[in-house]
Ligand binder design. Structure first.
Ligand code: AVJ
Length: 322
């Protein structure tokens, strides 16, 4: 087996610096918020893997079923020499893509990208072990920052799966999609997985499961602040809340203070007050209407060549060309 290469664009020190900036901005705002990427330290990435196995969390299972159905056609259309996977995480679905792309196709390299070094190490090692002759080149970064420095070396298929696009608000999404379109060469393609707008009675439990794993995942961000910035959050004093916003058509995860609190963030010399009932928003997870997402892709300069949806129209895969 060839050892996987690993590019670290985000060192531990970079992460701490970025977190400081986000905490300064987000926890001094009128409505407190933090970007969702801070949910994914080693423990957070593990908890997310657990979420994908929950009965209520349908997006990953639905996406996998769609991928199983679509993957040969995707491979035939993409003719990819390099598979780039943005937000790869533990890359559980990658095996499907890698085997279809390498079966008789020109695939030479796999480039998994993720913000979590621990998740990426596992993904890279596993792919290298399973696909002999495949060159594996992991990138630790924030996916919105490193499009320009993604390794090339042949015709690329960029996979952005799991519905992670939904973590971006509309303006961020537009910038991200057009930046991505700009770095791709003619003929290179994007495979996008996106959750669709569906019944809130199905969506909300997916983000508020009976076993409380999503609640632990959500509260984990407070533990990240505790060890990275020497804060003294007591995670159990925050309740997990998942809300469907019918106007914005996104799920919001929040942490709700169960009493008045002062929290010291020592490394920022900062004290934050929470009133009982006050929310800290930790994630948005936008859901899409197929026509709207097609329009957003078109505005960014992509042409959708193929799309797949499950029978209950809860999730979709879009293959588009630069
Ligand atoms: C990894 C961002 C796609 O939004 O569904 C799961 C994260 N948050 N449960 C999603 C998540 C709560 C997930 N993404």
């Amino acid at each position: 087996m060839t050892e996987p290469k690993l590019d670290i664009h985000l060192t531990d020190a970079d992460l701490t610096a970025a977190l400081r900036a986000d905490v300064l901005r987000g926890l001094t705002a009128d409505s407190k918020w933090l970007p969702p990427k801070w949910l994914y330290d080693a423990r957070g990435s593990e908890l997310f893997e657990e979420i994908t196995n929950l009965p209520e969390y349908f997006p990953n299972r639905t996406e996998r079923t769609l991928l199983e159905r679509a993957v040969d056609e995707i491979a035939a259309l993409a003719q990819a020499e390099v598979l780039v996977e943005l937000g790869a995480g533990s890359a559980a679905k990658t095996r499907l893509l890698l085997s279809a792309l390498s079966a008789g196709g020109p695939l030479k390299a796999y480039v998994p990208q993720d913000v979590s070094l621990s998740a990426l190490r596992g993904a890279a090692a596993q792919a290298a072990a399973e696909f002999a002759g495949l060159s594996v080149h992991g990138v630790v970064s924030d996916f919105t920052d490193t499009l320009r420095t993604l390794p090339g070396g042949g015709r690329r298929l960029v996979a952005f799966l799991g519905g992670t696009l939904g973590n971006l608000v509309p303006t961020e999404r537009a910038v991200f999609l057009s930046d991505l379109r700009e770095v791709l060469n003619p003929g290179e393609q994007l495979l996008l997985g996106a959750g669709l707008v569906t019944d809130p009675d199905v969506l909300i439990p997916a983000y508020d499961d009976a076993a409380g794993i999503t609640a632990e995942f959500n509260r984990n961000v407070l533990r990240v602040l505790n060890y990275r910035l020497r804060a003294d959050f007591v995670p159990d004093r925050f309740a997990h809340v998942a809300i469907w916003d019918p106007d914005a058509e996104w799920i919001e995860m929040r942490l709700r203070a169960t009493r008045d609190m002062r929290v010291d963030i020592r490394d920022l010399d900062m004290t934050v007050h929470f009133a009982r009932g006050e929310d800290l928003r930790t994630e948005i997870s936008a859901k899409f209407r197929p026509e709207t997402l097609r329009a957003e892709l078109a505005t960014a300069g992509f042409t959708v060549t193929r799309a797949w949806t499950d029978p209950r129209a809860r999730y979709a895969l879009f293959l588009s060309e630069r």
